[in-house]
Design a protein around this ligand. Structure first.
Ligand code: SF4
Length: 347
């Protein structure tokens, strides 16, 4: 057994055990766990510095999850865009494969709360064969995302099985892996895994850090190992109320990511998922945060703010308003310092 597997074998999945470890009341934990499973690995749990800090809020169950009646389990209609079990085809040239329902820990804000940790939702070998044939038939698909759950909870040979098959399809140019392990279980990034991934280059790897407290020596080592093996690293952050809805927190996170060779890619408005409403941040607040970032740190440290529109409307970028007036060719801008500038455009 590898070290990362030993670690997850000690995960906290039981409300009573978690309550003992955190010196908290078990009643609420057990109540939430009946609807949404608990799963926290010892490494991620060790990052908690105090009760209700940013790490706690992301992984420790909150009774609000089961008290909320608003929101849907699948607001993005992923199931409706799934022509084959385990494959989501929302955009013409991209598909997402749901290759694992396991994660190194279950995030309380997860968009796929309805699926992660549930036995019956795993992509089976027979489903993958169908998915593979589907991708081969649809020549417009050039980009495949291995997602879940977390694909890196699979063993190396299983991941390689998927990569090997996908690389046989001529029209597949880009393979992406979405994994939170560099952040929540960096021990999963082993030399053997990196050597294997390198064989299927180019691999684009999107990880998921939400707070600077998640940047540690272990996560830095994991990201550097991936980068050293030619894996292109990006990060998707979810804007979460009480966790990171603050430009100072995000600036420190994004600048820290650049130092680990991870480019901040997307900053998401949280999806309207049932059981996660206590994490929601308004669009107005998100735009204010973006204004406080743009121009106040290097452009590379500023991800795109994205809202994934309900009912399958798709990922849509949001930007603070910089053009405040236009008359013919004449524009009036408000710059990042709130100063007014005039600009005459070409004919
Ligand atoms: S790692 Fe990703 S898929 Fe898994 S629970 Fe967290 S957000 Fe959801």
């Amino acid at each position: 057994m590898e070290y990362w597997q030993e670690l997850i074998s000690k995960n906290f999945i039981d409300g009573a055990r978690l309550a003992r470890r955190l010196r908290a009341d078990k009643k609420d934990f057990c109540k939430v766990a009946k609807e949404y499973p608990i799963n926290i690995n010892p490494y991620y749990l060790s990052l908690i510095r105090e009760k209700h800090d940013a790490i706690w809020k992301q992984c420790v169950p909150n009774i609000l999850e089961v008290r909320q009646t608003t929101g849907r389990l699948d607001p993005l209609l992923e199931e409706a865009y799934s022509p084959i079990e385990g494959l989501i085809h929302r955009y013409d040239d991209r598909v997402l494969l749901y290759v694992s329902n396991m994660c190194a820990g279950y995030c309380r804000f997860c968009t796929r709360k309805r699926k992660v940790g549930r036995e019956e939702k795993v992509l089976k070998e027979s489903d993958f064969i169908k998915a593979f044939r589907y991708i081969a038939r649809h020549k417009a698909i050039r980009d495949v995302i291995l997602s879940g759950g977390d694909p890196l909870l699979l063993e190396d040979d299983k991941i390689e099985y998927y990569l090997k098959h996908l690389r046989k399809i001529k029209h597949i140019e880009v393979i992406r892996i979405d994994s939170r392990t560099p952040c929540v279980l960096p021990q999963r990034i082993t030399p053997a895994l990196c050597r294997m991934l390198k064989k299927y280059s180019p691999i684009y790897f999107n990880t998921h850090f939400n707070h600077f407290q998640e940047i540690t020596d272990a996560s830095t080592k994991a990201c550097n190992m991936l980068a050293d093996n030619g894996i292109v690293l990006g990060n998707q952050t979810v804007l979460l109320a009480g966790v990171n809805d603050d430009s100072h927190v995000l600036k420190r996170l994004f600048e820290g990511l650049l130092m680990m060779r991870v480019r901040p890619y997307y900053l998401y408005i949280p999806d309207a998922v049932k059981g996660t409403y206590h994490f929601r941040v308004s669009i107005a607040r998100a735009l204010r945060i973006m204004r406080e970032l743009i121009g106040h740190t290097s452009g590379m440290a500023v991800p795109r703010l994205i809202i994934d529109l309900k009912r399958g409307g798709g990922k849509t970028p949001l930007l603070p308003k910089y053009i405040i007036k236009r008359k013919g060719r004449r524009y009036v801008f408000r710059n990042f310092e709130n100063r007014i500038f005039y600009y005459a455009d070409i004919e």
